[in-house]
Design a protein around this ligand. Structure first.
Ligand SMILES: [Zn+2]
Length: 553
């Protein structure tokens, strides 16, 4: 058979469990037509490359990223100065002084550690007094809350009558029934933070997307699940319209699996309607939308991750965006419509709720239940739930570069014992569940945290060292507990390839080097299976093939 390319004398990690290692492959019309040993090559003729033992793996699938939100942040550009103060008065004096030095700006942007305020609240009246004419926003450094002045509230139509997405989780802070200008969680704050991005031109959006594409081509990411933007569907869709256009022009060499985001039960109806429309409108070779994304809870450090056992330091429980019955009802509708479900589940109670809901629906529908349900983040889980993913067929999506952190923070949140039992991905994996890996970053910046080899390193070592390609001061002199949750390199590679493909529903065409699948593969100088784990984040492919075509980078 005449083929387009033959590779021989390589060490190929196929991600195909029936045939995990191979030494030769052949590609024709963008697909693998042969994968195996050298003996089987005799039937094929075409351009042949002897790789001298170089390592090959399938293209990487990052199964939870934020392409559209990252583009938005890229276009906003400046997050503002970090306010280096220790009391409310100092904060206000700092801003007042800074505005005086930089008069006439449309929007003044700052960042602030919440602890800088001590126990004091910052209100719109405080901010109006120092910035009566322009727009003033102060973003909390964890990026889960924001303070704004009245001009911004007015611009976004935020009045005392506005409905909270989820009281106690994603909401407008109120005092005596009046909004104070403080807002909590993405659905309320993101339209404010990203509002100027919606006015950017197509070519400016394309330039931001191009930066992300270049990064993917650098590291070998060939498919992603885009987890969207809570609260700001207009901009999210604007970016999809550009991705669609780029795909039509042949300029999208990455498969993007998209979603529509909701943050509350009362958004379900609109969410389903919009998802249906978007599935129709954004459907090209490398862009598809078939998933409803829900923020079931918030974030641990703000105590808005939902817990089975209360937070140790405050006694808070967090809360979920939906209850069991609402989740069961939603799963049934998604099943009927043929959609998939991706849920932000940080705390114990939100992943349990998803498992409980799937259990109930499976009891009723049995094999007629076909929704791919993904429970993402899984920062802390109740031990009783670790083994439930596999029998229920719920996919566990984890972000391994988080699996190394300051353990003291977790001990403070959850107590001495529970604080040392976070990120138990290996237990979930070993129970037989499908586990997929992701980078879950919301800001492009220099893409450092989007690096899949950083995820692999942290997944295998649960620590960042000086050898790691990572500038954040995350170096701790210990393996983040529990030490028996370390993953192997094979598990990291499978979770970043075939398991991601199964999550995205593209396992018939992508995720492994198998005959008939798209020829997406990466060539490395060094063997990832035997590479040092410390400093693994410095690996980079030498060549990248997308549908059999070598990518220019
Ligand atoms: Zn996310």
């Amino acid at each position: 058979m005449k083929v387009d390319k033959i590779i021989r004398n390589a060490k190929i990690f196929t991600s195909d469990k029936k045939n995990l290692l191979a030494s030769a492959l052949a590609v024709k019309d963008g697909k693998f037509v042969y994968v195996g040993d050298e003996n089987g090559l005799s039937k094929y003729e075409g351009e042949t490359q002897d790789l001298n033992g170089k390592f090959i793996m399938p293209g990487i699938i990052d199964s939870h990223v934020h392409v559209t939100m990252g583009a938005g942040y890229d276009l906003v550009g400046d997050f503002g100065k970090l306010i280096p103060c220790d009391s409310k008065q100092e904060v206000l004096d700092y801003i007042k002084d800074d505005i005086k030095k930089n008069p006439g700006l449309d929007r003044y942007r700052y960042r602030l550690h919440k602890k800088s305020l001590g126990d004091e609240d910052l209100t719109k009246e405080d901010l109006d007094a120092i910035c009566p004419d322009g727009e003033l926003q102060i973003q909390e450094t964890q990026m889960h809350s924001i303070w704004v002045n009245s001009n911004i509230l007015k611009k976004h139509g935020i009045t005392d009558e506005i409905k909270d997405p989820v009281p106690g989780l994603s909401f407008y802070v109120r005092k005596d029934g009046h909004v104070t200008g403080e807002m909590s969680e993405g659905a309320t704050e993101l339209p404010v933070i990203l509002d100027c991005a919606i006015n950017k031109s197509d070519s400016e959006i394309d330039a931001a997307i191009k930066r992300w594409i270049d990064f993917c081509l650098d590291v070998g990411v060939t498919a992603v699940f885009d987890a969207g933007i809570p609260g700001y569907p207009e901009f999210h869709e604007y970016v999809y319209s550009r991705l669609l256009e780029l795909d039509k022009q042949g300029k999208l060499p990455i498969y993007v699996d998209g979603c529509y985001v909701i943050s509350a039960a009362w958004e379900v109806e609109k969410g389903l309607r919009e998802l249906k429309r978007m599935q129709r409108e954004y459907n090209s070779e490398h862009l598809r939308v078939h998933t409803l994304k829900l923020f079931m809870d918030g974030t641990l450090k703000l105590h808005s991750g939902a817990m089975v056992t209360p937070y140790d330091d405050t006694g808070d429980m967090g809360c979920t965006a939906m209850n069991l019955q609402e989740t069961v009802d939603l799963l049934k509708v998604l099943n009927k419509e043929g959609f998939d479900f991706h849920v932000h589940t940080v705390g114990e109670a939100s992943s349990r709720l998803v498992l409980d809901a799937v259990e109930q629906v499976r009891k009723e529908l049995g094999d007629d239940f076909h929704v791919r349900v993904v429970s993402a983040h899984l920062q802390i889980q109740d031990s009783a739930d670790l083994n439930r993913f596999a029998p229920l067929g719920v996919i566990a999506n984890c972000t391994p570069w988080w699996h190394c952190d300051d353990v003291e923070i977790y001990k403070k949140l959850f107590g001495e014992q529970r604080g040392k039992k976070c990120y138990r991905c290996k237990s979930v994996w070993d129970s037989g569940a499908l586990v997929s890996w992701s980078s879950d970053n919301i800001v492009y910046a220099d893409f450092e945290c989007w690096n899949p080899y950083l995820g692999m390193e942290a997944g295998m070592t649960r620590r960042i060292t000086k050898k790691s390609k990572f500038t954040d001061p995350k170096v701790f002199p210990y393996v983040f507990p529990p030490e028996d949750e370390l993953m192997t390199i094979e598990e990291m590679l499978l979770g970043y390839t075939i398991n991601g493909a199964k999550q995205l529903g593209i396992e018939k065409t992508k995720g492994s080097i198998e005959v008939g699948k798209d020829a997406d593969f990466l060539v490395f100088d060094n063997d990832l299976l035997t590479a040092e784990h410390e400093g693994f984040s410095n690996n980079l492919p030498e060549e990248i093939y997308f549908s059999g075509k070598k990518m220019d980078r």
